[in-house]
Design a protein around this ligand. Structure first.
Ligand code: PGA
Ligand code: ZN
Length: 430
């Protein structure tokens, strides 16, 4: 057998595993001719964007309330595995385009983006393992040395918690150090300070889906104030050392018929897009906010344009549900001057190659990228490697609480240690 043949795919198996909410998801293992293998698990969202690639669910109400993933698993074993047998795992682009072709639908609804991504990501891992290099180096090459600044979600709301907060995520952004090690320490210390402060106020310190606290605060502004207090009480300086990021996830509280954003979990107040933008603008003067994600709905291109003109020079405006890691939607944004950053979630588009293409398009057009987890996660840490591979400079992977979140931070600490002093963090916020 020639040397190259050893990297050919011999077998792919898949199984239905559980995510951090206890719902089923897909795991795949790709084994090569030389016995090397690579595995991956696919995450799953709750505040899923309308334009995301399709997550295939069984719909059999007798199993997991219809959320079973056996069809996706069967698609891997029966349809994908036989087609990819003999493919060279080192040609990830070819594998991914074969997957896209096999699916044949515009949004990966035929085989399921969950089936496709499990195989794509497991192939990437198998390739890295075959070459005996860490995934970040396999995907990013020898120059991949930039560690991301973490956006750490310490107060959960919206669809991720059953509390009174309409906005989904209130994040602290530690950017005081050129090491990840020190930045994540600040995040942890502030998280614990926040816990103490909430207890003092008689508020709940139970956590939401992403490991942040889920207190019944009166308003989004109150949550922002709690973050500022915790940062300062923990001994850090706001703005210079630690800033704040929000994921509004505005599509979740948009009344589509009336075209207004309704704070349905708290005050019941209804705001037009321009009022919401005016509210953000007023906060930028008062609070150390450096990033606002999905500040308006996923189809509100006019509102987004207005928001970008109003505050896009002052603050990072991240499109998540708006862009769904889709290069065509991002291209529309770039053309129209909408947003200045994109959230990157592998399972929104369904293959590693397409994800890398979207990231390249963003960087080529000076849009920042934030590599992201989903609210339903697993112990898979691939996104930590992806963030370093592409030098995105930012990662959003929840609180410093719940192992499926912390696993990504621990992987980054491993990468930093592995790189032995060659790595660095560079804050885009100062
Ligand atoms: P999701 O939330 O995974 O539930 O979509 C994450 C986000 O909106 O950024
Ligand atoms: Zn989001």
């Amino acid at each position: 057998m020639g040397k190259s043949k050893k990297s050919f795919i011999e077998n792919i198996f898949a199984f239905e595993c559980l995510d951090s909410r206890g719902f089923p998801t897909v795991s795949a293992t790709v084994t090569l001719a030389d016995g090397t293998s690579g595995s991956a698990m696919v995450p799953s969202g709750a505040s899923t964007g309308e334009h995301e690639a399709h997550e295939l669910r069984d719909g059999d109400k007798k199993r997991y309330s219809g959320k079973g993933a056996l069809k996706a698993v069967a698609n891997i074993s029966e349809k994908i595995a036989p087609e990819l047998k003999g493919a060279d795992v080192l040609e990830l682009g070819k594998i991914d385009y074969r997957l896209i072709e096999l699916d044949g639908s515009p949004n990966k609804s035929a085989l399921g983006a969950n089936a496709l991504l499990a195989v794509s990501l497991a192939s990437a891992h198998a390739g890295a393992n075959y070459l005996r290099v860490p995934l970040f180096r396999y995907l990013g090459g020898a120059n991949a040395k930039k560690l991301p600044i973490p956006l750490v979600n310490v107060i959960n709301g919206g669809a991720h918690a059953s509390n009174s907060l309409d906005f989904q995520e209130f994040m602290i952004v530690p950017h005081l150090s050129t090491t990840f090690f020190e930045n994540i320490r600040a995040a942890s210390e502030i998280f614990h300070q926040l816990k103490k402060n909430l207890i003092k106020k008689g508020l709940s310190v139970g956590v939401g889906d992403e490991g942040g606290f889920a207190p019944n605060l009166g308003s989004a502004e109150e949550a922002i104030q709690c973050l500022c207090e915790a940062i300062e009480d923990a001994g850090y300086k706001t703005t210079e050392e630690v800033s704040i990021a929000l994921d509004v996830a505005a599509s979740e509280f948009l009344d589509k018929e009336k075209g207004v954003y309704v704070f349905k979990k708290s005050s019941g107040e209804a705001l037009k897009a321009q009022d919401l933008v005016a509210l953000y603008k007023s906060w930028l003067d008062k609070y150390p906010i450096v990033s606002i994600e999905d500040g308006l709905g996923e189809n509100d291109w006019d509102g987004w344009k207005h928001m970008s003109e109003e505050i896009g020079k002052q603050v990072q405006l991240v499109g998540d549900d708006l862009f769904v890691t889709n290069s065509e939607r991002l291209a529309t944004g770039i053309e129209n001057g909408v947003a200045n950053s994109i959230l990157i979630k592998l399972n929104q588009i369904g293959t590693v190659t397409e994800t890398l293409e979207t990231i390249r398009l963003a960087h080529d057009n000076s849009y920042r990228t934030v590599i992201s987890h989903r609210s339903g996660e697993t112990e898979d840490t691939s996104i930590a490697d992806l963030a370093v591979a592409v030098g995105s400079g930012q990662i959003k992977t929840g609180s410093v609480c719940r192992s499926e979140r912390v696993a990504k931070y621990n992987r980054l600490l491993w990468i930093e240690t592995f790189l032995g002093g060659q790595s660095f963090c560079a804050s885009p916020f100062i």
